[in-house]
Ligand binder design. Sequence first.
Ligand code: G6P
Ligand code: MN
Length: 441
Amino acid sequence: MRETKIITIVGAGSSRTPALVGSIVDYKERFPLEKIIFFDIDPIRMGKMQRYMELVLKQEMPECQVIFTTDKELAYTGVDAVLVQMRAGNTAMRSLDEKIPLKHGLVGQETCGPGGFAYGMRSIGAMIEMVNDIRAVNKDAWILNYTNPAAIVAVALDKVFPDDKRILNLCDQPYSMMRTYAKILGKEEHTLKAEYFGLNHFGWFTDIVGKEDNKSYFNEVMDYLGTNEFKPYNAEQRSQSWLETYKRVNKYLSFFTEYLPNTYLQYYFFPEEIVEESDPNYTRADEAVASREKDVFELCAKAEGRDTLGDLEILKGSVFGNLMIEVAESILYDLNEDFVVIVKNNGIIPNFSPDAMIEVAGTLGKDGPTTPVYGEIKPFYKGLMEGQYAYELLTVESYLEESYEKALMALTLNRSIVDPQKAKAVLDDLMEANKDYWVLK
Ligand code: G6P
Ligand code: MN
C-alpha cells in the first residue's frame, strides 16, 4: 500500500465538500489518508454538513482521523497538502457579483466581467492571508487552490509569493469538458489527452489525442458539434443556465472553427445576448442555492443525531472532487499524470508575456507541473489574450496599490465591458458593495 498522507480542506463549509468526501472515499486505495482536517472560518456553515461527513468517513475509512476546526495552526501544521475552495463573502456576495453588473446592462457572472473583478479583489486578500497562515507553520505543504477567479488569484499569488514553488492553481472546466468529449467519442475519459492553451476561463482546446493510439480525435469532435448540440456529459444533473452555456459553444463554432473554445469564452464573445437572457433578480447564485446547496443541506440534515450513515446516500462522482484528489495524488506520489494546469508562461508560449499565468496541458509530479513548450500562438488568440491578461494584471495591481484608476483601466480592457463610462458606473457600485473587503483610492 502507498504511504498514508494528511490533507486539509479549506473552505470546508462549501456545499461541494460532501461530494469531495465522496471522491476521497472512491480513491481511498490509491490515495490512503491517515488524517483529514476540515477547516472553515464559518463553523456554523461547516457544522451543517459535519455529522454527515463524519458518518461517511466513519463507515468507509474508519482508520482515518477526522478533525473539524476553525484553528489555523491545527489546520496547517504537519499536513502534506491543503486543498482550497474558499469563497470570500459567501453566496450573498456571489449574488451581488452577478446582480450589480446586470443592473448596468453588463454580464453578471462570478468569474468573468465586473463580477469576476469584484470577486477577484475579495479572493486576493483572503488568499494572501491564507498562504501566510500556512507558511507560518508549514513550509512544505502543497497549496492546491481552486478558489476563483483562479486566473486573478494565480497572478496575485505569483506577484506576492514569487519564490513559493508549492502553490498551484487549478480549474475543473477543461477536465469537465474532456469528460464530455470522451462521452461524445464513446471513450474512457482517462484514455484521452488534451492540447490546450489560454488563460484560465479563457482558452481553447487545439487537439484531443488518444493516449494509447496517439491518434487525433479533434476532427471527430468538431464534426459532431457541427450537427449536434453540445451537452455536458452529466446534462441531466445540470441546471438550465449550464445547458445554455454549453450550447453557446455551438454558436461560437458557427463563427470560428479552428479550435474548441472553453465554455467561459461565451461571456466575452456574446455578452449582449447573455445580458438579454439573464434575469437580474434570479442569477446562477440563486439557482445554485435552490439546487445543489438545497439538496446537499437536506441530505446532511438527515444525518443529525445519527450514529451510523444507514440508508443515506454517499455523494460521489463530482468532477470537482475527483480532480482535486487526482491532482493531489499525482503530486504526492509523483505519478506525472496529465492535467490542464495554470502555470507561469516563461516561454511556454514564446510570443506571449513571460510573466502571465497561462493555462496549458502538462503533467504533475513531486515538483509540481511540467509543461512542454506549446509554441507560438496565432494573432487572433494572442490579441484576445493580451487584453485579458492586461485586465488580470491591472486588477491585481489595483488591489495591491488600492488604485481606483487601475481598476477602471482593468474593467475598460475587459471585453465584456469596453466602455469606460460603463466601467466607472459599475465599479462605483461594486466598490460600495465590497467596502468590507477592498478599498480603492
Ligand atoms: C466550473 C468552473 C468553476 C466554477 C464552477 C461554478 O466548474 O470551472 O471555476 O466555480 O463552474 O459552478 P456553479 O455550479 O457554482 O455555478
Ligand atoms: Mn474554473
